[in-house]
Design a protein around this ligand. Structure first.
Ligand code: 3H9
Length: 707
């Protein structure tokens, strides 16, 4: 027997323990070993019942997701035998009890549902999250879940992928017993199994009483998936498979599930989503910074600046249970900051995200102050003041004088040079960027920006902290705009150029929205505030090369006082509910300004709109990758999926480029270079990989040395 699965005899019962850390994923070897253990226990006359349990922190988190990439790339066989393994468990001649703690997800849930009984610890979570990987349950999950939980709940769980608690699973009839809070799961399952020996056994696949063909329910679920999900293929397939469960004999419905599972597994959406899952887990692996690097304990945090960002950042820490001191220059500024915090929390309560009690407790953790002296004991300080180098350096000079040695000094700058900010202190090793995205209390992305002197401990602490804060932390290098904003600049530049060349504002937004972006680029600009870019462009104008085309449209709009949503007018006009209304005046002005600038007007296809914006972003991404500003291609994708509304079913801009083919992307970039000039100069890495017939995923470079 493999050491991935153990079988022990406990007074007439077989205990089968799956032990494949960290989450007992069902790799080929694990599936094989479970099968052997089940055969052995079923054929052993001394065994009256079987308990199936997971070692370590969880039951089973599903099929081994790493195998999916190998299967779809052709380097490994399809996930074999899983459905048959599950049926073999169900066909056991002795009762099988699944003992669930931690997570029973995907294949883990399917395994548990094939057992004759399920016992769970109170904190267990279970579900069929496959849809989030662009697939559907492939081992009978769409067949057994509706039989246990009813069709409506099965449709919801399989099409949304959200897990449920043990208590809810008990109420639905998915599990048979929830263990006492201070109980022992194995002992509870063994006791349960002993009692089960004398009871009649029922196979889940034969429990048909909850199956119903509720036509309106399936129609509503389909409509919901189509309207709410940008790539609903997997959700629709899950609904179809559950409908098959409700209408067809079990074997026929299983056949449909298998067919749909395979179609989904080989889809572009699924490949992209699997890439995203694995890339997110890679983020914590930083070359040169071993896993056991000491981390500093962050128990108290100071935030400098009670503006929108500072207030949001204070909430992020408070939400994670970390007490925060927030400082601003005068009481009026502090009051405004606290009002922002209270308004944000009130919205969260209204939307059901937080309870009032949770909010009251969090507010207790936020203490407004006027003096920097309060920062003396802080383990970490995040500066979130106005975006200007001189001001930031002044703040860091003060922090250096006040804060204790060992404290992390972080800046929330979105563009500025971390090393120059660090130079205002005598401890550059403690300085880094923590670039939160707006609104900080909502957006998942956190760019952790390392300067050339930032220490391993400081980096490691912030990367681990990001998880505690519920953020996706991506370690990036120091350059203007880091990864996210540096790539966003050419994307937004091209969106403006398109309008200046004759495209309609709404047409540009629609093209990118249809591509999958959460919001079109011009709507994003209005949301963020056109004045932010305007201010930046003024600050960095001296860096622009003379004679190189620059967009003018947003500067002109700003000169007219149109800053976007905040002034009820920007690219669009906004009504009192902040609904965007197309503004014919903008079109008129654009035509006039274009004529003055001598820009010929033409019809532009939506395909060109997408290529201009997305390929500009990719070309910059290639530079970022080559320069080592991002550690890996997947890190750039993580920035874009978590901070910029890039469609997850396209895997991120770099993954998307690989799926288009770098040769095709490069050729188009060359065409744009010829037509639009130097801003489109192909990135050397893009050119090199395209000519070698390679992908960005093939690219590796020497890791950046860490201080
Ligand atoms: C499926 O089951 C299809 C079936 O229908 C069968 C069809 C035939 N495989 O997230 P974490 C690793 S599809 C391989 O940081 P957490 C993960 O990579 C699957 N590895 O921890 C990481 O590795 P490392 C359906 C997996 O505590 C480590 O575990 N199941 C898998 O924040 C820790 O992960 C899912 O979609 C896996 N299935 O969250 C569940 N799962 O340490 C996916 C995790 O080397 N998993 N790893 O970086 C999750 O949602 C979360 O990982 C979980 C733990 C909630 C379990």
């Amino acid at each position: 027997m493999s050491n991935l699965v153990r079988i022990t005899l406990e007074q007439g019962l077989a205990v089968i323990t799956i032990d494949n850390p960290p989450v007992n994923a069902l790799s080929t070897e694990v599936r094989q070993a479970i099968r052997e253990a089940i055969e052995e226990a079923d054929n052993d006359n001394r065994v009256a019942a079987i308990v199936l349990i997971g070692a370590g922190r969880t039951f089973v988190a599903g099929a081994d997701i790493n195998e999916f990439q190998k299967i779809t790339s052709g380097s490994s066989q399809r996930v074999p035998e899983m459905a048959r393994l599950v049926e073999r468990i169900e066909d056991c001649h002795k009762p099988v009890v699944a003992a669930i703690h931690g997570h029973a997800l995907g294949g883990g849930m399917e395994l548990a549902m094939a057992a004759h009984y399920r016992v769970a610890s109170p904190g267990a979570q279970m579900g069929q999250p496959e849809v989030k990987l662009g697939i559907i349950p492939g081992a009978g999950g769409t067949q057994r879940l509706p039989r246990l939980a009813g069709v409506a709940k099965a449709v919801e769980m399989c099409s949304l992928g959200t897990p449920i608690s043990a208590a809810e699973a008990m109420q639905l009839g998915i599990i048979d017993k929830v263990m006492d809070v201070d109980g022992d799961l194995l002992a509870t399952a063994i006791a349960f199994a002993r009692e089960a020996v004398s009871k009649p056994m029922r196979k889940t696949r034969e429990r048909n009483e909850k199956l119903e063909h509720n036509v309106p329910l399936f129609a509503a679920a389909r409509a919901n998936a189509r309207s709410k999900q940008r790539a609903p293929r997997a959700a629709l397939a899950a609904i179809e498979a559950i409908e098959a469960a409700a209408t067809l004999p079990y074997a026929d419905a299983c056949h449909i599930e298998q067919k749909l599972f395979n179609e989904c597994l080989f889809s572009d959406e699924s490949r992209a989503l699997v890439h995203a899952f694995l890339a997110e887990r890679e983020l914590a692996k930083i070359p040169g910074i071993p896993k056991d690097t000491p981390v500093l304990t962050v128990n108290r945090v100071g935030v400098v600046g009670a503006g929108t960002m500072g207030a949001g950042i204070a909430m992020v820490f408070a939400n994670a249970g970390v007490p925060v001191v927030i400082r601003d220059v005068d009481q009026a500024a502090l009051d405004r900051g606290l009002a922002t915090i209270q308004k944000n929390y009130a919205n969260s309560v209204r939307r059901g995200r937080f309870t009032q009690q949770f909010v009251d407790e969090r507010l207790q953790l936020i203490r407004p102050v006027l003096s920097y002296n309060e920062f003396a004991d802080m383990d970490m300080v995040v500066e979130a003041v106005f975006e200007g180098m001189a001001f930031k350096k002044e703040v860091f000079g003060v922090l250096d004088g006040v804060c204790k040695q060992g404290a992390i000094l972080a800046t929330n700058t979105s563009y500025l040079d971390i090393d120059e900010i660090a130079s205002a202190t005598k401890r550059p090793q403690a300085v880094l960027g923590t670039h939160f995205f707006s609104p900080a209390n909502v957006m998942k992305l956190l760019e952790v920006v390392r300067g050339k002197a930032t220490s391993k401990d400081a980096i490691s602490t912030c990367m681990q902290l990001s998880k505690k804060l519920g953020k996706v932390g991506v370690l990036v290098g120091n350059c203007r705009g880091f990864v996210g904003n540096r790539m966003f600049a050419p994307y937004r530049r091209e969106a403006q150029f398109l309008v200046e060349e004759g495209a309609d504002v709404q047409a540009v937004d629609k093209a990118l929205y249809d591509f999958g972006m959460a919001l079109g680029p011009l709507s994003v600009a209005d949301l963020a505030g056109l004045d932010i870019g305007w201010r930046m462009r003024k600050e960095f104008r001296h860096l622009q090369k003379p004679g190189v085309r620059q967009p003018f449209a947003e500067d002109r709009l700003c000169e007219m006082g149109r800053y976007g949503q905040k002034t009820n007018a920007g690219w669009y006009r906004y009504d009192e509910n902040r609904r965007a209304i197309a503004d014919p005046e903008v079109t008129t002005w654009m035509r006039q300004w274009a004529a003055e600038a001598g820009i010929p007007q033409r019809q532009i296809s939506s395909q060109e709109m997408v290529e201009r914006c997305i390929y500009a972003m990719i070309n910059e991404g290639a530079r970022i990758l080559e320069e080592g500003i991002a550690l890996r291609a997947g890190d750039i994708d993580m920035v874009y999926l978590n901070g910029y509304g890039f469609p997850s079913h396209r895997g991120g801009p770099i993954w998307y480029a690989d799926t288009v083919g770098l040769k095709k992307v490069y050729e188009r970039v060359c065409e744009f270079h010829e037509r639009h000039g130097e801003l489109w100069e192909p990135a050397p890495l893009l050119e090199q990989l395209a000519k070698q017939g390679k992908t960005f995923a093939d690219f590796t470079r020497e890791p950046t040395p860490v201080a």
